[in-house]
Each structure stands twice: as structure tokens, then as C-alpha cells.
Design a protein around this ligand. Structure first.
Ligand SMILES: Nc1ncnc2c1ncn2[C@@H]1O[C@H](COP(=O)(O)OP(=O)(O)OP(=O)(O)O)[C@@H](O)[C@H]1O
Ligand SMILES: [Mg+2]
Length: 301
């Protein structure tokens, strides 16, 4: 099995079965160098199972994974030096401080730049002199991120990285990931959270019940196929008039404000609105969630 240097993760028929349960079913996936790939799916979809096989923490029932051009099963020791990994459930040495931990792990990876560790700690607002056992779960998560990032790995594999982080730290995380990608390094991250993936990732794969249902570019998904329009009209608003227009659906009225979905051309809506005194008009893109519900509706219920 070969893959080009621009393909950082390549899986072929990657499958994991636990007795009767098919946790991952013939996953064929390519992740490109320099992209931030969001791996999305509900609880139990198989995200962590995939990640564990990429890192050789568990063995596939069948199929193969190439990571950074190396066989994930055969060359896992070499691979681990080039990967930054944040597991979903992180276990750290309780008696160590943040500094001791990063020095220890850094030593295993052939040394790290302590100035960079300090910089990461400052940006993530992490107190590195605190012992792990005295850290809150969010602080442990931050420490986990620091150790994943500190040796500037070519590939970051992160299992629900922002789980438990406050919004400010999440923003810092997003910025850090964009910087990683801008340096031509690659991020593979799992998440439940569509808005997060929408804000951070270049592409998203949707996993359900062990099967990859869709892989889409976020920018393609956001090429809006419908929009929400809100129209505030002075005097009597007429929902029925808008309901009758081509491409308009889901009309609701509240306090003289009409809200509806528009698919396709706007012209009929603009012309109908022009017959009234329009106080305000706003226009929202649908969320990624709404787009998914629309396009993969049958699988998403
Ligand atoms: N060691 C195991 N033995 C048996 N079944 C397992 C084992 N590990 C995982 N599973 C099952 O495999 C399926 C996939 O689990 P996995 O942890 O990959 O899901 P996930 O997508 O990471 O979910 P979550 O969002 O909850 O973290 C689940 O049905 C889970 O119960
Ligand atoms: Mg998981």
C-alpha cells in the first residue's frame, strides 16, 4: 500500500469489530497535508476507535492505516515521535508539575524547546508549576494540548480537544490550529460539535454507526443553498403573501416580523417586500447543522 507524500493519513478498509459490534466498518479515508480535518459523529460512532488504530493502541480486525507514509501497525514507535496526540481520556502523572511532565515527555521525544512550551502555556493561560493532581479537568486538558503541540509534530491527532475548555481557551485553540496548518502541518480532530468544526476545520468527515457517511469541504457546505430571511414591515405583515412565493418556506410571524427560508433566487421576495414599508431586513446563512439535516436528512434523524 502506497500513498503520496501529500496524504498524511490513508486508510483502506480499516475495520474494528468487538464481537458482534462493528465499531468501525471499512473506513477509506485520506487526510491531506496542511489541512485541519474534523472527524464528526455522535457518541459511539467509532471516532475514538479510529484514532486508537491510527496510533496503534488497538489493532484493526482488518484493513490498514498509513500515517505519515508509515504503516501505523509496523512503524508505530517511529510514528509516535512525529505525532502529537491528545487522547479523549488523558491520564497524566499526578505527582508531577506541568513543567516536570513536559520535560519528561520532551526527553522521550528527544528534547523540546522550553521557550515554546512556556509560550504555549502563556497563550493557554496554564500554570505549569501546579501539580497535575491539583489541576482542574480543564487545566489537565490544556496540559494535554501543550504536550501534544510542544514538539511541533507534523501531525496532530486530537480526540475531542476542546472538551471542557472555556470559550476563551477554545478561541486560542482555534488560532493555534490555524497556525499549525499554516506551517504545512496537519490536524486530525474528533468532535461532536458542529459549530466548532465549522469554525476550525477545512474538511469534515461524518461518521455514524462505524460508517463514514460523508466527507465534505466546509467551504462547499457553506455555499449556501438556502438562507433565512427576517423582514420587519411597518403595518400589517402578510405571511400568506410570502408563503405563496417560489422558493419561500417555513414562514413564521412574530411581532410584525416575518421570518422564512429562501431557496434559489431572491427576486420574488425582494419584489414582494417592495410593496411594503420595510423597516429592516436581515439575512442569515444556515448553520452547518441545518445544511447537514437538509442533505443527509434521512441518516441524521
Ligand atoms: N473495548 C471495547 N469493547 C467493546 N466495545 C467497544 C470497545 N471500545 C469501544 N467499543 C464500542 O465501539 C463503538 C465505538 O466506540 P468509540 O469509542 O469509537 O465511539 P466515539 O465515536 O469515540 O464516541 P464518543 O463520542 O462517545 O467518544 C461503541 O459502540 C463502543 O461501545
Ligand atoms: Mg470517543
Amino acid at each position: 500500500m502506497r500513498s503520496s507524500p501529500d496524504i498524511v493519513i490513508h486508510t483502506e478498509g480499516l475495520t474494528k469489530r468487538y464481537q458482534k459490534l462493528l465499531a468501525l466498518d471499512h473506513l477509506n479515508l485520506d487526510v491531506q497535508r496542511g489541512e485541519i480535518f474534523g472527524y464528526l459523529g455522535p457518541n459511539g460512532a467509532g471516532k475514538t476507535t479510529t484514532i486508537r488504530m491510527l496510533l496503534d493502541f488497538i489493532r484493526p480486525t482488518s484493513g490498514k492505516a498509513l500515517v505519515l507514509g508509515m504503516d501505523a501497525q509496523v512503524q508505530s514507535v517511529a510514528l509516535h515521535r512525529q505525532i502529537g496526540n491528545l487522547p479523549g481520556e488523558l491520564s497524566l502523572w499526578n505527582q508531577m508539575t506541568g513543567w516536570e511532565l513536559t520535560r519528561y515527555l520532551g526527553g522521550l521525544r528527544g528534547g523540546v524547546d522550553e521557550r515554546y512550551v512556556g509560550e504555549l502555556a502563556e497563550r493557554l493561560d496554564m500554570d505549569m508549576s501546579r501539580k497535575v493532581k491539583a489541576c482542574s479537568s480543564g487545566m489537565k486538558r490544556k496540559l494535554g494540548l501543550i504536550q501534544a503541540l510542544m514538539h511541533k509534530p507534523d501531525l496532530l491527532i486530537l480526540d475531542e480537544p476542546t472538551n471542557g475548555l472555556d470559550p476563551l481557551v477554545q478561541q486560542t485553540f482555534h488560532k493555534l490550529m490555524r497556525e499549525v496548518a499554516a506551517e504545512g502541518r496537519t490536524v486530525f480532530m474528533s468532535s461532536h460539535n458542529l459549530p466548532e468544526v465549522e469554525a476550525t476545520c477545512d474538511r469534515v468527515g461524518i461518521l455514524r454507526e462505524g460508517r463514514l457517511r460523508a466527507v465534505e469541504r466546509i467551504s462547499d457546505l457553506k455555499q449556501v443553498r438556502f438562507r433565512w430571511m427576517t423582514l420587519r414591515i411597518q403595518g400589517e405583515a402578510a405571511p400568506a403573501q410570502f408563503e405563496a412565493l417560489p422558493g419561500v418556506s417555513d414562514v413564521t410571524q412574530y411581532n410584525g416580523t416575518l421570518r422564512f427560508r429562501v431557496t434559489g433566487e431572491l427576486d420574488p421576495v425582494i419584489k414582494a417586500a417592495a410593496q411594503h414599508h420595510v423597516v429592516d431586513m436581515t439575512y442569515e446563512e444556515p448553520t452547518l447543522e441545518e445544511i447537514f439535516l437538509e442533505y443527509y436528512g434521512e441518516g441524521q434523524s
